[in-house]
Design a protein around this ligand. Sequence first.
Ligand code: GTP
Length: 438
Amino acid sequence: ASDADGHLQNVGCRTLSLSAHVGFDSLPDQLIRKSIKHGFCFNILCIGETGIGKSALVSSLFNTDFEDSPSTHFLSSVRLRAQTFELQESNILLKLTVVKTVGFGDQVNKADTYQPIVDYVDAQFEAYLEEELKVIRSLFSYHDTRIHVCLYFISPTGRSLKTIDLLTMRSLDSKVNIIPVIGKADSISKAELQEFKKKIMSELVSNGIRIYQFPTDDETVSEINTITNGYLPFAVVGSMEKVKIGDKMVRARQYPWGIVKVENENHCDTIKLRRMLCTNMEDLKEKTRAYYESYRRCRLEKLGCRDLGPENKPVRIKQRAAELLTFLNFSLQEVIETKRLEFCLEVERKEEEIKQRFVQRVKEKAAMLEEAEQQASMPVCLEFVLTKFEHLTLMHQEEELKLGEEKKRLEDEIAQFVEKKAITESIQSQVSVSTPGV
Ligand code: GTP
């Protein structure tokens, strides 16, 4: 519900005016300070055929020469190469991860070209989910590698999208924010470019492929974003080279007939793309969180987890416990089994050790007795032999007592373990019985 001024009002919650300054108006400043201290992270996925200009574009977008080696055309499948860089502008730290496809579109059979990319995107969601489900988790310091934006490079053919483009974008449009770009756009004429852009957009629409739309609901950016949405797909030009124009070094591509300046909006859309990425970074991240939520929901539902209404609170708690057990079941059982085996082996080893020691002692005693007997048969003092014999017998009895105690202690330990195991198993079976279907 909202009041006449459009402010949100909670139902059952009164709005009061303060009689004096309290200080919670500093909350946004605290947030800013904390964010600046922690830094920001942004992850870009560049999909495009080998040599389409992925590296040159990313370097141009962030005005930094990222080291990268050219890819080969002879890979049997598509791979992904991720590199993380730390960039600083004023006092703002940006941890940028650039993930590039390697060998995209180079295979004769292109049927599964998109699969490694989908797997990569999912793997980042899975890694985050695993961190989230940890008992001791550190999401604040965790390096979140979920892809925030995917720059999809379209070849500047001037014709239409290729099947591989449609298939790849379709397989990803429910997982990442896709921004289509026309790579090496300086190789296509101005008139052809406009037609090509229109063609691409209509093909995307007719194939039901959802691409990222810059948000227009925030009035501070709605105007610029509405205009920029009209530029999609961006016609980009990238360059690693810098050319001196006047007294300034600018990123450009030099040709016999002239110079294409990367940062000139009349020459290409690279600068528009940079502006839009920077001004909408938070929105891209928010949308990524929404994609992650749907991945998380599917993943947990597959594991048998589901939410119940508040009326089922006790059931819900049991259900949660069962879900958690299901989730941890494999690893828990593995741990118990490993521990049990380790314990059995240890018990066996100790038993064997005791046996060996016992046998050894018996042999020693027998030898000593034999020796004593021999001595007794010799003409020596009978009293001395008897004393020695009694002494040895006593030592032998003591040794036997000690070994007996040690054996009992081990047997107790085994009994305790068996008892604990039985209790754990009974708890597990109680939970499974009370929540059928888990
Ligand atoms: P791989 O990593 O090998 O797949 O290449 P890539 O897609 O990262 O392309 P990269 O940026 O390495 O550029 C490959 C070649 O294309 C280089 O010779 C670049 O100079 C050139 N190139 C890059 N961007 C553009 C562009 O916008 N226009 C033109 N005409 N050439 C470009």
